[in-house]
Design a protein around this ligand. Structure first.
Ligand code: HEM
Length: 379
């Protein structure tokens, strides 16, 4: 801190004059002041401020992940920043309750003055979607127009530029593809996992077939369910089929990245995989919290405007519900749960590999029979 710095005044530091003079209700301008419009403006402005913070955090994580080598400190930082985003998202969901203190009739007093402005035009919201990895092709269209068509030419340019940047999804996929843990000299994760899955499914089949308490009808039903599980796993173990599913758009993550993500989930108890696991879990949390916000916003819209169309011209809450179902980014990470197997069925890692996946001081402690001299260097 330089000694000679000029004293700072609270209101100047926070630019309060600009900030607090930016609430200008349209109803007042039109000579028909509507009390609730102040709340409506402030809630939207608070959202836009939080969107700015989310973009700031996401941008810094994406910047770190652009590097070809990402050390564990960066993963730790990413985990802290993504964790911050999830806390903000919880506030964003809760904030809708404040707006719901406005009644639908209170909203009607000024709604017409806003048209055709709509949250649909929130450029920062679109930038968050793009940075996370919602592709233009995966977006729902309403009235057969793209989301660009509702914003100014200047904003369209900003959005198109953001679509050309690698998204967090792309960067995480590349990072997973580079994971060094899929094959060691003495251990092939994928082959061992496949063998463990086969043994587990065989055991499940035998349990059903030899269970004397099940009727033939129930046995048949259970075996049919098992056959479906076997089918999902057989796609997982066949790269060509996996790639066909990716090409058809039903799965997005590359084969190599899928394998690495599974390894991280299955062996997350190994110290070196703790942070990557936490990181992948946070991506799922962020996606889930955005979906929850979308669902909550759709419900609020329903109670505010019923079945009317939105000020932006969409079908209103119906469009918003469909967007909540469709606009997901990290679904593949949710779907990984299909392929998890119990810890007891997991192939044991050879001791040398366990040591390499542990903290350095753990290995030393095992060798010297002491836990002192902590040196948290990873492999
Ligand atoms: C009375 C309260 C609100 C109502 C009735 C409402 C209604 C709507 C409707 C109907 C749409 C669909 C587009 C359209 O036809 O206009 C929409 C989209 C949107 N609104 Fe709201 N909204 C409200 C409050 C908010 C607030 C507080 C935010 C916070 C920024 C917000 C953010 C958005 C966003 C980001 C979209 C685009 C969603 C997407 O395309 O997936 N809305 N809103």
């Amino acid at each position: 801190m330089p000694k000679s710095h000029a004293p700072v005044y609270y209101a100047d530091y926070l630019r309060l004059e600009q900030l607090l003079s930016a609430q200008l209700p349209k109803s007042t301008e039109h000579g028909a002041p509507a009390h609730d419009e102040m709340l409506f403006i402030i809630v939207h402005q608070a959202y836009e401020l939080w969107f700015k913070q989310i973009l700031f955090e996401l941008g810094s994580v994406a910047a770190d992940f652009k590097s070809d080598y990402i050390d564990e400190r960066s993963i730790g930082t990413a985990v802290a920043r993504l964790g911050r985003i999830t806390e903000i998202q919880k506030v964003l969901i809760d904030q809708l309750r404040i707006l719901e203190t406005m009644t639908p009739q209170g909203f009607l007093e000024f709604r017409d003055f806003l048209s055709p402005a709509s949250g649909f035009q929130s450029v920062q919201f679109r930038l968050i979607e793009n940075l996370l990895g919602l592709s233009a092709a995966a977006r729902l269209q309403y009235n057969h127009t793209s989301y660009h068509s509702r914003v100014t030419a200047e904003h369209q340019e900003i959005l198109r530029a953001s679509e050309l940047q690698p998204s967090l999804f792309d960067l995480v996929e590349k990072w997973l593809e580079r994971t060094p843990f899929l094959e060691f000299e003495s251990f092939n994760f994928w082959r061992s996992y496949e063998a463990a899955v086969k043994a587990m499914l065989q055991q499940d089949r035998q349990t059903i077939e030899t269970n004397p308490t099940l009727s033939e009808e129930i046995k048949l039903r259970e075996l049919q369910t098992l056959a479906k599980t076997e089918e999902s796993f057989s796609v997982l173990f066949n790269e060509t089929q996996h790639d066909a599913i990716v090409a058809a758009g039903a799965w997005r993550l590359s084969y190599k990245a899928t394998k690495a993500a599974l390894l991280i989930h299955l062996y997350r108890d190994e110290p070196v995989l703790h942070l990557p696991f936490k990181f992948l879990t946070l991506l799922v949390d962020i996606d889930e919290l955005f979906t929850t916000w979308r669902q909550r916003h759709a419900l609020m819209t329903h109670r505010m405007i019923g079945t009317k169309i939105g000020t932006g011209g969409s079908s209103g809450h119906q469009y918003l519900r469909a967007a909540a179902d469709t606009h997901k980014i990290f679904s593949d990470f949710f779907n990984l749960a299909t392929f998890l197997i119990p810890r007891t069925a997991l192939p044991l890692l050879p001791p040398d590999i366990r040591r390499r996946l542990g903290f350095f001081y753990t290995a030393q402690a095992a060798e010297h029979g002491s836990a002192s001299g902590a040196n948290p260097n990873h492999v």
